[in-house]
Ligand binder design. Sequence first.
Ligand code: FAD
Length: 317
Amino acid sequence: MSEILVLVEQAEGEVKKVTLELLTLARSLGTPAAVWAGPGITPEAKARLAEYGAETIYVASSSDIVDHVVAPKAELLAQLVAAKSPAAVLVAATAEGKEVAGRLAVKTDSGVITDAVGLGEGFVADQSIFGGGVNVHSRVRRGTPIVAVRPNSTAPETAPGAGAEEEVTVALTDAARSARVVERVKQQKGARPELTEAAIVVSGGRGVGSAESFSVIEGLADALGAAVGASRAATDAGWYPHQFQVGQTGKTVSPQLYIAAGISGAIQHRAGMQTAKTIIAINKDPEAPIFELADYGVVGDLHQVVPQLTEEVTKRK
Ligand SMILES: Cc1cc2nc3c(=O)[nH]c(=O)nc-3n(C[C@H](O)[C@H](O)[C@H](O)COP(=O)(O)OP(=O)(O)OC[C@H]3O[C@@H](n4cnc5c(N)ncnc54)[C@H](O)[C@@H]3O)c2cc1C
């Protein structure tokens, strides 16, 4: 079966869950090969990639790859596409992944599909567009299919691969070196999972009422091991930091479970969450548009419903 390249997303040597998802997806369509861009691959990371099906791990360990923003990653992949003629290239549909995908498409004269939520036979991708109003099935017709897949689109499954390591040397162009990373500032991270990667997201909106009351949302999130999200109304009011905003102008999430509390379901909010597998809405207005989208709905005051839910979840742990 033809090789499918998967660009590895990692943080300090730890392989991110989305990469395991992409390897699982790649396995259903061909032979997965992981591409590690930059220094710092560890034996644990190699073992993890092999555990999820990587037959080959291409390692480009030059620090140049990570010292010049995203362009070198696109050049690395373009070089591998030329050398290995893979059936497809999969990247995570993160901000960086999508930029790499776009640059790679130009370099290889190929078609690119972004924000796929599924990928099937013949590399036909599923996308959900116009705020979730339209589902699109699309296929690249030119060059090597390059597909950016949203985190949480596939459940990662183990199926050991050989994990054979192959060192790759990349000859970067001057253009790829034109922007240099001069400083890295580590983001303060709490104990909660990263919003775009989390399997469960609990979001609060204007109905939460104040910054202090977001502790109700956080309480449920912590009981479920979930990430916290917020509507733009809540972030604009200063109740929750903007980095947690879900929607058209915020983050796009695609978790297994999305709980929207005190959120009306405006189209711009839906755009960021409507591909969640299961949606639960808690809203005191039975006519709130979010109920049109929800799999389960609770009509009630979130300040009563959410603490009860948290208590029940905690009891069952
Ligand atoms: C260009 C553009 C981009 C945008 N991008 C985004 C985006 O990325 N993300 C985003 O979220 N929005 C975005 N918006 C804003 C969007 O249009 C809505 O204004 C916003 O999503 C509303 O947030 P909300 O649902 O929290 O507030 P509201 O629409 O005010 O809804 C609050 C809901 O809470 C319910 N409620 C109130 N009190 C309670 C209670 N005690 N218990 C239970 N329910 C209660 C109400 O019944 C209501 O349904 C964008 C708008 C524009 C124009």
